[in-house]
Design a protein around this ligand. Structure first.
Ligand code: URA
Length: 435
């Protein structure tokens, strides 16, 4: 295999053969025979030329097999996971994993950290004192088999090709390329050893894919990879124009996720949790009728079974389960600041990207993956899109350790708020389903 020839071929619109892809990914991951500059050139060629469905399947499979692929011989039931393409206030995994496990489905979830304006499940969970997201793989597998769910971070053993390729894409302007995004996501998720996968592809101002047609294209590409690798995959496209739920920020989002499993969550958040969970139950064969699945799941919240499963998961992963009974025991900011409506009217825009950036300014997010985050930082929205407000009404409460952050953060927040005179209609949250 001569990398030059393969770059030349792809640059000219040719197709890479399965054995060429395998040799490229293996050589690059092991640092043998494929240099960074050759892979960078190839990624750029892929950026412009794309990959057909076969190439993409082989590319993803090669990335997947660059590391450990989990097997769960001790689990007889279906292993199903959910992946979100990321957004603001998206704490779905925290409520969904225990809820779906309470329905008898096994959820081996390997999650990520927040970057940029988006939050990450691991950062949120780590605001529970003692909670460990770095369980060794064997303990992770044992917990899934025993309790039905576990959430950990990616280890060096899972899809190492993606780690190297992602770092290279990051510095060569090749991140925003649908086949490369899709293979990156699927190589990590498929390494969990799944029978089915539900995707939450976000679209709108605060999403990776701001336009609906891009989101659809990404969903279709992800599903095609699922098909090529024999894992049934279904996607929901959901709105991310404004934050999901009311809380944005790590410990604040944990509170909202816990409240939701106690039956007191915000409607929009609950809607997304239940819809995605119902898709998981369908893939697992537990309940194939969507409405019946929603009712079953609501029953598991009402009975306390889902909350009980969350308690088991927190305890098994070393977290202080007393926070579940007393939310005051979670880290809390000493300082807060009210953002008031600058005029009367109806909220037309509550820009998720701006809100995410505001939370990051307060300390809830990072600029680089090595930055520390502040678990107490963030904000809680008291009003959302479509709500009527009078001038001076409180729209959001900001939280931070350092009160000097409040003025600039409030200024940033207000730059993403549009109040109009006329009432506006609801925007659909569940935009499409692609299977
Ligand atoms: N998330 C991933 O895991 N990979 C990408 O390329 C983009 C988002």
């Amino acid at each position: 295999m001569q990398p030059y020839d393969l770059i030349f071929n792809k640059r000219n619109g040719g197709t890479l053969q399965p054995e060429e892809i395998e040799a490229l990914i293996a050589g690059y991951t092991q640092g043998e025979g494929v240099t960074d500059y050759q892979m960078a050139a190839l990624l750029m060629a892929i950026y412009f030329r794309g990959m057909n469905e076969d190439e993409l399947g082989h590319w993803t499979r090669a990335m997947l097999h660059s590391g450990v692929v989990l097997e769960h011989p001790e689990i007889a039931g279906a292993k199903i996971d959910k992946h979100s393409t990321g957004g603001v206030g998206d704490k779905v995994s925290l409520s969904l994993a225990p809820l779906v496990a309470a329905a008898g489905v096994y959820v081996p979830m390997i999650s990520g950290r927040g970057l940029g304006h988006t939050g990450g499940t691991l950062d949120k969970l780590e605001s529970i004192p003692g909670f460990r997201t770095d369980l060794p793989i064997e303990r992770f597998k044992a917990q899934v088999a025993e309790l039905g769910c576990a959430i950990i971070g990616q280890t060096g053993e899972i899809a190492p090709a993606d780690k190297k390729l992602y770092a290279l894409r990051d510095v060569t302007a090749t991140v925003d390329c649908i086949p490369l995004i899709a293979s990156s996501i699927m190589s990590k998720k498929l390494a969990e050893g799944l029978d089915g996968l539900v995707l939450d592809v976000k679209t709108g101002r605060g999403a990776f894919m701001t336009e609906l047609d891009q989101a659809r294209q990404l969903a279709e590409t992800l599903i095609a990879i699922g098909r090529a690798t024999g894992v049934e995959t279904v996607a929901r496209i959901t709105a991310m124009d404004q934050p999901l739920g009311r809380a944005v920020g790590n410990a604040l989002e944990v509170v909202e996720a816990i409240e939701t499993l106690r039956g007191k969550g915000p409607d929009d958040f609950l809607d997304v949790v239940l819809t995605l969970s119902a898709e998981m139950l369908r893939l697992a064969g537990v309940e194939r009728d969507h409405q019946a699945a929603l009712e079953l799941l609501q029953g598991l919240i009402d009975s306390g079974a889902a909350f009980g499963k969350l308690r088991e998961m927190v305890s098994a992963q070393g977290g202080d389960e007393s926070v579940l009974d007393d939310l005051e025991r979670l880290p809390r900011a000493k300082e807060s600041f009210d953002v008031l409506a600058p005029e009367s009217g109806f909220i037309h825009v509550l820009d998720a990207l701006v809100v995410g950036r505001t939370a990051r300014m307060l300390g809830a997010g990072r600029k680089a993956i090595t930055d520390a985050i502040d678990p107490v930082a963030g904000l809680v929205l008291e009003r959302k899109r479509g709500d009527g407000v009078d001038k001076g009404d409180r729209i959001a409460i900001l939280y931070a350790r350092d009160h000097s952050l409040f003025e600039p953060a409030a200024h940033r927040f207000l730059s993403g708020l549009v109040i109009g005179e006329a009432p506006i209609g609801e925007q659909p949250l569940l935009i499409d389903r692609i299977a």
